[in-house]
Design a binder for this molecule. Sequence first.
Ligand SMILES: Nc1nc2c(c(=O)[nH]1)N[C@H]1C(S)=C(S)[C@@H](COP(=O)(O)O)O[C@H]1N2
Ligand SMILES: [Mo]
Length: 204
Amino acid sequence: MKKLFTPTLLIMFVAVFSNCKNNPNSNTSKSDTTSSSLNKSTNSDACVVLVSHEDSLKYISKQVAVKGNVEHELVFNVDTLKQMKVATLENFNVVCQSGANTKVNKTCKGVLLRDILEKAVIKQSNHKDRNFYIVAKATDNYKATFSWAEIFNNPTGDNVYVLFEENGEPIKEQGEMILICKNDIKTGPRHVYWLNSIDVKRVD
Ligand SMILES: Nc1nc2c(c(=O)[nH]1)N[C@H]1C(S)=C(S)[C@@H](COP(=O)(O)O)O[C@H]1N2
Ligand SMILES: [Mo]
C-alpha cells in the first residue's frame, strides 16, 4: 500500500483532481486520466475545448433563431440586440463545473433572454399553460436548458442574458453571441458560446 503513494503518483492525483481540463467529472473513467491525457483538452469532456482559429471560424454564428412554441418566430443578430434594452454586466466570471475559472472579471453587454422571448411571445393557451422549457443551442450542438418559471417567475429571469460584447470588444472567436446565466453557482454549464438558436418547447 505504502508503495502506491510515490511522489509521481501523488502529483498525478493532484493534477487530475485539480485540473478541469482533464477531469471535469469525478466519474470519468480511469483511462481518461492517464498522464498522457494531462494538459491536453481535445476530448469533448474537457472544460475548455481548445479549438483552432480555423475551426472556430466554422462554428461562429452571426444570427440566432427563436423558434418552437412562439407566436412570432424571429431571427436576431448583434445589431438587433443593440436596438433593444442593453445592460452592462460587471465582474462576470465563468466557472467550470470542475471549479476552474475560465473567464475572469469581464465587463459584458447584453440583452435579457426574457425581453427576447417577450418579443417572440410564448404560445400559452391559458394562464395554467406554463410548462415550457427553453433550449439555447450552439453550432457545435452544445446546449443549455431553462424553464419558463426560471425566466418569467423567478429572479433568475433577471440574470439570463444574450451577450454581444466583452470588455468593450465584439465577441469574435466565440461569436457572435453568448448566452449566460449570471446567478448560476457554476456559470460554465449555461455559458453557451456560438449561440445560434433558442427553442421554446412544451412539456408533454
Ligand atoms: N458552444 C459551446 N459552449 C460551451 C462549451 C462548448 O463546448 N461549446 N463548453 C462549456 C463549458 S464546459 C465551459 S466550462 C465554458 C467555458 O467557457 P470559456 O472557455 O469560454 O471560458 O463554456 C461552456 N460553453
Ligand atoms: Mo466546463
